[in-house]
Design a protein around this ligand. Structure first.
Ligand code: XIL
Length: 400
C-alpha cells in the first residue's frame, strides 16, 4: 500500500469502520467473535445511506492514486461555472488533481473569429487549477461536432471557411498550444476522428469538416503543429466507443500505430467511456485497455460517466427508464465504477497511466441532464455528499 493511502486509511478509519459495519466495504454479516449467524444484512437503502458522507469526511480520491484523478468543469459565464457556483471549488481541490473544461477550451471559445483568439476564460480556469495544486488537461482542439443542445462547438467562421485549411489548422493548433505551454500538462488534440458503422460493423475515418478540407493528413498535421509549439506537453488522441473492444478500437489502434511508426508525436490514447450499467462488459473494457497499452503509449480514461437508464444490450431489452435513482441501481452503479477502475489498474502498467477523469462533479451538473432528467451518472450528489459510485472508485483504488 502506498504511504499516502495508508495515512488516508488511518485518518478516516472511523468512516471506514462505519462503512464496513454496514456492508459498504463490500461484505456483510458478522466477521469476528464466537459462533454467530449471518443476519439478513443491511438493506440496499441502508447501505446507500451509510455511504452518503460529506465530501470532506472521507479521504480525497486523489490521495489514493499515483496518477491524475480528474473531473470536468464549467467555467466563465456558463450556467454551472465554478466561478459562479463557487461552492464547487473546495470539493474540486479536495478530491481531484486534474481539471478539464467541458466547453471553454473548444474552438468557439478559443478561436471565435478568423483573426481573433480569446484566451481569457481558459486562462482564468487554468490559473484556478494551478493555484489549487491541480494540473490542467486541455480539451479539445480538433473536433467534428457542430453543437450539443445549443452549445456551439465549431465556430461559424470555421464552418464557412474557404481559405487554406492546412494553414488555418496549423495557426489554430500552434497558437493555442503555445499560449498554454507550461501551464497545460496534456491536450486532446484530435477528438473523435474515427467513425463506426453498426450495420456493417466497420470503422473508418469520420467525414469531418477537417477531413473534407484536408484529407486524413489533418490528424498528423495537428499533432506535428502541437509538438512544434510545446516540446513537453502530452498529446492525446481521444474517442468514444473504444472500450467495447470492437472494430472502432481496432481501426483506431491501427491508425495510431501507423502514425507512431512514422514519427508523429502522439503520447496517449483517451478512452472517453460514456458507458452504461450494462455495457460494455468488464472483460471487453480490460481487453481494450490492454491492447492500447501494448502500443507503449499512455492510456487514460478521459470522460467517465455511467448512465443509469441508457442501455447497451442488444434487444430484447427493457427500455423503460427508472424515474428515480433507486438504492438497487445506485449499488449496481457502484459495482460498475469499481470494475472499470479495477480493469484500468489491472491492464495499464503504472508508467502508462495517464489518469482517470470523471465527466463532471455532481449528477445535476452532468451533460446528460441537458437531455434527460432521469440520469445520475457521476460520483457526488448535488449537496456534495458521496454516492455509492464514489465508493466504487475508492474501493478499487484502495484494493490495487
Ligand atoms: C460535452 C460537454 O459536457 C457539454 O457541456 C457540451 O455542451 C458538449 O460537449 N465527448 C466529448 C466531450 O469529447 O467534449 C463532450 O462534452 C461529451 C462527449
Amino acid at each position: 500500500m502506498h504511504w499516502n493511502k495508508l495515512i488516508s486509511v488511518l485518518l478516516f478509519s472511523g468512516v471506514l469502520a462505519a462503512l464496513s459495519a454496514c456492508g459498504g466495504g463490500g461484505s456483510s454479516g458478522p466477521k469476528t467473535g464466537g459462533p454467530s449467524f449471518p443476519g439478513p444484512g443491511p438493506t440496499a437503502e441502508e447501505q446507500v445511506a451509510q455511504m452518503r458522507v460529506d465530501y470532506n469526511e472521507i479521504e480525497g480520491l486523489k490521495t489514493l492514486a499515483d496518477f491524475p484523478i480528474g473531473t470536468e468543469v464549467s467555467a466563465a459565464n456558463q450556467a454551472n461555472s465554478i466561478f459562479i457556483a463557487t461552492d464547487q471549488q473546495p470539493v474540486l481541490a479536495y478530491h481531484f488533481s486534474n481539471l478539464v473544461a467541458g466547453s471553454i477550451m473548444k474552438a468557439p471559445w478559443l478561436y471565435p473569429q478568423e483573426d481573433e483568439f480569446a484566451f481569457d476564460p481558459a486562462d482564468e480556469l487554468v490559473a484556478f487549477a494551478l493555484a489549487n495544486d491541480m494540473t490542467m488537461h486541455g480539451h479539445t482542439l480538433v473536433w467534428h461536432r457542430y453543437d450539443w443542445v445549443g452549445d456551439r462547438l465549431i465556430p461559424e467562421w470555421m464552418e464557412n471557411y474557404s481559405g487554406d485549411w492546412s494553414a488555418m489548422l496549423e495557426t489554430y493548433v500552434h497558437t493555442t498550444v503555445e499560449h498554454f505551454s507550461g501551464r497545460v500538462t496534456s491536450w486532446d488534440i484530435v477528438n473523435e476522428a474515427v467513425d463506426y458503422n453498426g450495420l456493417t460493423n466497420t470503422a473508418g475515418y469520420r467525414d469531418t469538416i477537417f477531413y473534407r478540407n484536408i484529407g486524413p493528413d489533418y490528424i498528423e498535421d495537428a499533432y506535428r503543429a502541437a509538438r512544434a509549439a510545446d516540446p513537453d506537453v502530452q498529446l492525446y488522441y481521444n474517442d468514444y466507443g473504444l472500450s467495447s473492444n470492437g472494430a472502432k478500437l481496432d481501426f483506431t489502434l491501427t491508425m495510431l500505430e501507423d502514425l507512431l511508426e512514422r514519427g508523429v508525436p502522439i503520447d496517449g490514447l483517451g478512452f472517453q467511456m460514456h458507458i452504461t450499467l450494462d455495457g460494455p462488459s468488464a472483460v471487453n473494457i480490460e481487453a481494450a485497455f490492454r491492447k492500447a497499452a501494448a502500443l507503449g503509449i499512455m492510456v487514460k480514461i478521459s470522460e467517465l460517466d455511467i448512465s443509469i437508464n441508457g442501455r447497451n444490450t442488444p434487444p430484447p431489452v427493457d427500455w423503460s427508464r427508472s424515474p428515480t435513482l433507486t438504492a438497487a441501481l445506485a449499488l449496481e452503479q457502484k459495482a460498475r465504477y469499481k470494475e472499470v477502475v479495477a480493469a484500468y489498474l489491472d491492464a495499464v502498467p503504472p508508467a502508462q497511466r495517464g489518469g482517470i477523469t470523471v465527466w463532471g462533479l455532481t449528477d445535476d451538473s452532468s451533460w446528460m441532464r441537458t437531455i434527460w432528467d432521469d440520469e445520475w451518472p457521476l460520483l457526488f450528489n448535488g449537496d456534495f455528499t458521496t454516492k455509492p459510485a464514489f465508493h466504487g472508485v475508492r474501493e478499487a483504488l484502495l484494493e490495487q
